[in-house]
Design a protein around this ligand. Structure first.
Ligand code: NDP
Length: 315
């Protein structure tokens, strides 16, 4: 018997899709992931306090606690969850096939919510200091007291880095963009705004070789790639803005992606180019990338899947 809907990925988008699909009596089956594409639960699992998800006044909620609540609510409505990576899909015939190392299931519809991983440099002291002054999301972490009125670094030269740097100027004393070249990759308007911002200074032709500090970041070890000069640059935090990698490899080219590897959906909808396959959350969103926007598109994907299944007489 083919499943009505299989949800691949277990961040805010996937669990919201599961809650809606389960309440619509579609009996969803979810592959939460295991090793590939980051921790099951998504990027919130590596975030400390989440203060911008509505409903949690008085200091917010930790990322892992928020994901526990998402998961518990999906299970309240009998979502069947497997902590397994989907290794392969076959969308060439119906019902679709979804494979993990342990099982193969058939599905009339599939919701892809595998997210995107923020790229990191993995400098030597990064793992040790990751929760003590390093982040890949200024909107998530930038307002933390430890960063207020402090000097901060953003790594990268694209739109993400510029946007992160501009956001951080609300709280920081000064933001240093560390960029490996002598020209920003960001769109013209964003680059211009960044360069004109008095609280931002771009350190051109510079790379970060490491971070230092005991429990918290105290600074970064930088190198000017033109002169070869290396030096310590004291800052209270380092934010990565070097891009994201959407988790789409397991699709094996069966779904249309954009130039950066994000799933292309119909504008304002969650439909992909394969009928019956829907995408939600960061795997199809390179602009907002927030837990709440991911949850919103997860809801939309479940409603779109439900409508499609009933139009086709499959439920
Ligand atoms: P990009 O790939 O555009 O930029 C990544 C930046 O990080 C580049 O400047 C790159 O340097 C640098 N970088 C990459 N790897 C390394 C490394 N190992 N060491 C040092 N620096 C590195 O990614 P973005 O996330 O900025 O943008 C992706 C897409 O999303 C773009 O199309 C962008 O326009 C879009 N976007 C749109 C937004 C909006 O509309 N509001 C907001 C954010 C993104 P180099 O330049 O040398 O390659």
């Amino acid at each position: 018997m083919a499943e009505n809907v299989v949800i691949i990925g277990s961040g805010p988008a996937g669990f919201t899709a599961a809650i809606y699909a389960a309440r619509a009596e579609l009996k969803p089956l979810m592959f939460e992931g295991f090793m590939s594409g980051g921790t099951p639960g998504g990027q919130l699992m590596t975030t400390t306090e989440v203060e911008n998800y509505p409903g949690f006044p008085g200091g917010g909620i930790s990322g892992p606690d928020l994901m526990d609540k998402f998961r518990a609510q999906a299970k309240d409505f009998d979502t069947r969850c497997f902590q397994e990576d989907v290794t392969e899909v076959d969308f060439s015939s119906r019902p679709f096939k979804v494979k993990t190392a342990k099982q193969e299931v058939e599905a009339h519809s599939v919701i892809i919510s595998t997210g995107a991983e923020a790229k990191r440099l993995h400098v030597p002291n990064e793992e040790r200091l990751w929760s003590g002054g390093m982040s890949a999301c200024a909107v998530c972490d930038g307002a933390m007291p430890a960063y207020r009125n402090q000097d901060l670094i953003v790594i990268g030269g694209g739109d993400t880095a510029c946007e992160e740097a501009m956001y951080l100027t609300k709280y920081a004393k000064k933001v240093f963009i560390v960029h490996r070249r002598d020209e920003l990759r960001a769109s013209k308007i964003m680059a211009q705004r960044t360069i004109e911002n008095e609280k931002i200074e771009v350190l051109w032709n510079t790379v970060m070789e490491d971070v230092y500090g005991e429990q918290f970041v105290k600074g970064a070890n930088l190198k000017n790639v033109v002169t070869g000069e290396t030096y310590e640059h004291p800052v209270a935090g380092v934010f990565y803005g070097i891009g994201h990698t959407p988790n789409t490899e397991f699709l094996g080219g069966q779904i249309k992606l954009d130039d950066h590897g994000y799933i292309l959906v119909e504008p304002g909808r969650t439909h992909t180019d394969v009928e019956g396959v829907f995408a939600c959350g960061d795997v199809q969103d390179k602009v907002y990338r927030q837990a709440v926007t991911a949850a919103g598109t997860g809801c939309a994907a479940a409603l779109d899947a439900e409508n499609w299944l009933s139009e086709k007489g499959l439920v």
